[in-house]
Design a protein around this ligand. Structure first.
Ligand SMILES: Nc1ncnc2c1ncn2[C@@H]1O[C@H](COP(=O)(O)OP(=O)(O)O)[C@@H](O)[C@H]1O
Ligand SMILES: [Mg+2]
Length: 294
C-alpha cells in the first residue's frame, strides 16, 4: 500500500548544487515561511488564523511544483495564500518571516496571481475585456491585448463567448475566464483558493485537466486549496495538511507520481490507498474537513 511520505515541517531546504542556475549562485526558494503566525485583533478578542507555519518550496526550473493544501474550515488555508499574495487584511503576518524568491514580501505583485472562489470578474466588462484587463493595467497596447486575450480564449475553450458579460456565463465559464485573466499575466506563482469548489463534477474534472495542461506549459509553482482529498492527491506533487484551532501546518506529504497520465493514476491502487491514508489523517486531526471526500 502506498504510504504518504512525510517530511518534517519546517525543515530547511536541502543544499542546492552550486551553479544550478548556471551563475554559480543557488536559486532562491520560490516561497519560504519561517515560523509565520497571523492573528486578527488584539488582546482578549485576538484570533489566531495560522500559528508557527514553516515550509519551503524550492525553485525547480523546467519542472515547477504543484502544492495542494487541505484542512478543515477555518484552519488558515486562505490566510496562508493571501499572505503569499501580499493581500490585506491577511497580509502582513503578525510574526515570522515570509520570503518570495528570496525577498521579504512587501506588497502584492505581478509574480503572484490569485484565483479564488468568487472569480472576481468585472461585471461591466465582457469576456475578452475581462481576460485582457490586467494587460491594460500593465500598459500593453490594445492590439497586443486583444491578440493575447484571443489566444487565451482558445486555450480555455471560450470561443464564441468573447462578447458575453459575466452575468450571462455559467459558473464553469466564469471560472475559465478568471483562470485565463490570471494566467495571461504569466505569474510565476499561481495561488488558487478552492477554485473548483462551486463547479459540478464533470466540469470540475475538465477544469482540473485544463489546469494541469496550462500549468505544464508554464512550469511555475502552484498552491491550490481544495476540500477534496482526491483532487489534492490527483493534482499535487506535495500535499500540505493543515489543522484548526489554532490553524497550523501539521504534515507535508509527497505524492509518489509515477510516469503515467493523471487520468490513469486515478484508478490505480496506489492512488486510492494514498487518498484513504490522507483522509484518515484528516479525520484523526482535531477537526475533520467539512465535505472532504474521496
Ligand atoms: N478578515 C478577518 N478578520 C478576522 N478573522 C479572520 C479574517 N479572515 C480570517 N479570519 C479568521 O482566521 C481563521 C482562518 O481563516 P481562513 O484563512 O479563512 O481559513 P480557511 O480558508 O482554512 O477556511 C478563521 O478562524 C477566521 O475566522
Ligand atoms: Mg478559505
Amino acid at each position: 500500500m502506498a504510504q504518504p511520505q512525510t517530511s518534517e515541517k519546517g525543515t530547511a531546504s536541502p543544499a542546492k548544487p552550486a551553479g544550478a542556475a548556471g551563475a554559480g549562485a543557488p536559486l532562491p526558494d520560490v516561497v519560504a515561511f519561517k515560523n509565520v503566525t497571523k492573528s486578527f485583533g488584539a488582546g482578549q478578542s485576538a484570533r489566531v488564523a495560522i500559528q508557527d507555519v514553516s515550509f519551503v518550496v524550492e525553485d525547480k526550473p523546467g519542472v515547477g511544483e504543484l502544492v495542494t493544501i487541505v484542512g478543515p474550515s477555518g484552519c488558515g488555508k486562505s490566510t496562508l495564500l493571501r499572505i503569499i499574495a501580499g493581500l490585506k487584511p491577511h497580509f502582513p503576518a503578525t510574526s515570522g518571516e515570509v520570503r518570495v524568491f528570496g525577498k521579504p514580501v512587501m506588497e502584492a505583485g505581478p509574480d503572484r496571481g490569485l484565483v479564488d472562489q468568487k472569480y472576481s470578474l468585472l461585471p461591466h466588462l465582457n469576456v475578452i475585456e475581462n481576460i485582457a484587463f490586467g494587460l491594460r493595467l500593465a500598459g500593453k497596447g490594445r492590439s497586443e491585448r486583444i491578440a493575447r486575450a484571443r489566444e487565451w480564449i482558445t486555450k480555455v475553450g471560450l470561443e464564441g463567448s468573447e462578447e458575453k458579460y459575466p452575468g450571462e456565463l455559467s459558473g464553469g465559464m466564469q471560472q475559465r475566464v478568471s483562470i485565463a485573466a490570471t494566467l495571461i499575466l504569466q505569474p510565476r506563482i499561481l495561488l488558487m483558493d478552492e477554485p473548483f469548489g462551486a463547479l459540478d463534477p464533470g466540469i470540475r474534472l475538465r477544469m482540473q485537466e485544463l489546469l494541469i495542461r496550462l500549468w505544464t506549459e508554464q512550469q511555475g509553482t502552484v498552491f491550490l486549496v481544495t476540500h477534496s482529498v482526491e483532487e489534492a492527491v490527483y493534482l499535487g506533487d506535495r500535499v500540505f495538511v493543515m489543522a484548526a484551532k489554532p490553524g497550523r501546518l501539521v504534515e507535508v506529504l509527497t505524492v509518489p507520481r509515477p510516469e503515467e497520465t493523471p487520468e490513469a493514476s486515478r484508478r490505480k491502487p496506489w492512488f486510492i490507498d494514498f487518498c484513504q491514508a490522507l483522509l484518515r489523517r484528516l479525520e484523526d486531526s482535531p477537526q475533520s474537513p467539512a465535505g472532504a471526500k474521496v
